[in-house]
Write a protein that binds this ligand. Structure first.
Ligand code: ATP
Length: 556
């Protein structure tokens, strides 16, 4: 016997709920008129009472409000009233994730919660697509006595898309696999309840927001009508936009990057620190900062944890990292700059050479990429379905080139570059292409930058002070990391700050930290959003920032 028929015993053919319920309310072995009941009548009444008890228990268990209808299966569907959702009971029911619904569940009754992504009614039959965290499954409601009533089908198809629903049903494996859903099984619904109804008209249709770039481009080229949701519309309605499978995957991937970063560093004896974000002055001279009033004193938001993480090294923490917000008030209207981003920062003592820092960078990122490719396949597939990309090419041992070698490669390719200026975005891209051609990698380190293009705290090279012990790291020709050995001597720091026009008084607490003995050290800063953007070859950093902040956007 299926679960559905157990809970809804087959009524006698002449059964009539309303008639029986009137009887049931009053009768205790006697009918309304006080006339003794026949055995047959008593048995009928008993059946009815049991049925009502089961119905009441089902409603209590599911928390469902019985719809105002005369449907004997009314307890199997309906809107759950708010008071049932105010943490009223712990029922112990077993929930299954949509993403886990696979052939192994065939024949089993499962219960899951998700959003109604799509619905299609066809008389006595309805198909629903239910989505949970980017995974989708097809659900079928087929009118069947004692299991699914016509009213239940009507109720399900009247629900608005994006409503949150609880579904209970039996898993089956269709002969022809469902193409349009991530899960290839089907669920034959026996119960369906709305937990939270979405408004019938949404500012962004999730199907439109999730449409693959390939499909859009194809339709555009064929001159066929197709909806492309533009970036501003997406960001204005980010809560809806984030529900697409690709976005679900992007932020799960981002979470993995952060977690991997921490795990790797902890295994190498780094400790997590939290530096202040309220600063008395700007941490790097010249760059734009967000100014604010700090109890009557002018202050700003930290544009890097740089100074404090170095001070932590002076305080003998040895190896530190931080994951935290970084604020930049630059008016950069580019695909890769935000006004607030997540910085993954590292600082460490070095024994002999800044290559010790580059060793950490290389090993950390190569093992991170390996881990993402191995453990986030579903996420990468989901991103790929909407935004097709080729897997990142990287070497087991990260390629290192000096800045001078990079310049030479560009010159040999006919690019005109000033050997002592920083590379512009276009030349960084070009060099990325040349490196890929020559070394078959899209991830590499460029080091020994000209001192003049690095911040005042960067250590000059011992053999040629025109250059510095610094590096940038690139993915697909775009910068994701800046790092360097830092100056650990107060006098040299003051000199370098003055040379770059920084008022030393404004950074005196930082410089003082180096007066009481400071170990040689170095570190690097990574932009989390850029790592994810470039690993997946996405074209805009706003795609990898949850609620992006840029010169034009401070909400939602
Ligand atoms: P860029 O030259 O790309 O503007 P930067 O040299 O200013 O970057 P750093 O200050 O060295 O960058 O910051 C270290 C890392 O932080 C960068 O490599 C990048 O990944 C990230 N980053 C820097 N600025 C931004 C920004 N405005 N938005 C997002 N990420 C950023």
């Amino acid at each position: 016997m299926s679960e559905a028929s157990e809970q809804n015993p087959t009524p006698a053919p002449e059964d009539n709920s309303e008639q029986f319920s009137t009887m049931a309310l009053d009768a205790e072995g006697e009918s309304e008129g006080g006339k003794k009941m026949s055995k047959k009548e008593a048995a009928k009444l008993d059946r009815l009472r049991k049925k009502q008890e089961l119905k009441a228990a089902a409603a209590a268990n599911s928390g469902a409000a019985a719809p105002a209808s005369e449907d004997p299966l009314a307890a199997n569907y309906g809107d759950v009233p708010l008071n049932e959702l105010q943490s009223k009971a712990v029922t112990g029911r077993k929930w299954t994730e949509v993403g886990k619904l696979e052939a192994g569940f065939e024949g089993q009754v499962v219960l899951f919660r998700g959003r109604l992504q799509a619905k299609r009614g066809k008389g006595k039959l309805a198909f629903l697509v239910v989505r949970e965290r980017g995974f989708t499954v097809q659900c079928v409601l087929n009118v069947k006595p004692d299991v699914v009533s016509p009213q239940m089908v009507k109720y399900a198809t009247a629900l608005s898309t994006e409503s949150i629903i609880d579904v209970e049903g039996v898993v089956s494996v269709p002969k022809v696999p469902v193409e349009s859903t991530t899960q290839k099984v089907e669920v034959h619904v026996t119960k369906i309840y709305a937990i939270s109804n979405a408004e019938p008209v949404l500012p962004v249709n999730i199907d439109d927001a999730a449409r693959s770039e390939t499909e859009i481009v194809k339709a555009e080229q064929a001159g066929e009508p197709v909806i492309r949701v533009n970036q501003d519309t997406r960001l204005n309605n980010r809560v809806l936009d984030l529900r697409t499978p690709a976005n679900q995957a992007i932020f799960r991937l981002q979470s993995e990057v952060g977690m991997f970063f921490e795990q790797y560093l902890r295994a190498k004896d780094f400790i997590a620190l939290h530096t202040p974000k309220l600063m008395p002055g700007s941490s790097e001279g010249g760059s734009a900062v967000f100014k604010l009033d700090y109890m009557g004193t002018p202050a700003c938001l930290a544009q890097s944890p740089q100074l404090h993480k170095q001070m932590a090294i002076c305080a003998d923490f040895g190896r530190v990292y931080e994951i935290g917000p970084v604020f930049r008030a630059e008016r950069s209207f580019t695909h890769r700059h935000l006004c607030e981003f997540v910085g993954l920062d590292v600082e460490m003592e070095i024994k002999e050479h800044y290559s010790e820092v580059m060793d950490i960078v290389g090993e950390l990122f190569v093992s991170m990429f390996d881990s993402l490719n191995k453990n986030c396949q579903k996420q990468l597939e989901a991103i790929n379905r909407q935004y097709p990309f080729k897997p990142l090419k990287y070497l087991p041992k990260t390629l290192r080139l000096t800045f001078e070698e990079g310049i030479k490669m560009l010159e040999e390719a006919g690019v005109n570059v000033d050997p002592l200026c920083d590379l512009n975005t276009e030349n960084e891209r070009k060099l990325g292409e040349l490196v890929k051609e020559k070394y078959d990698t899209e991830f590499y380190i460029l080091h020994r930058y000209p001192l003049a293009v690095r911040p005042f705290y960067t250590m000059p090279c011992y053999d040629n002070p025109t250059y510095s012990n610094s590096f940038d790291v690139f993915i697909r020709g775009e910068e994701i990391i800046s790092g360097a050995q830092r100056v650990h001597e107060a006098q040299l720091l003051e000199k370098r700050a003055r040379e770059l026009g920084i008022d030393v008084k404004t950074i005196s607490t930082y410089i003082d930290a180096f007066r009481y003995g400071a170990p040689p050290h170095g570190g690097f800063g990574v932009g989390l959003e850029r790592v994810v953007m470039l690993f997946c070859a996405l074209n805009n950093i706003r795609k990898t920032s949850l609620f992006p902040r840029d010169p034009n956007r401070l909400a939602p």
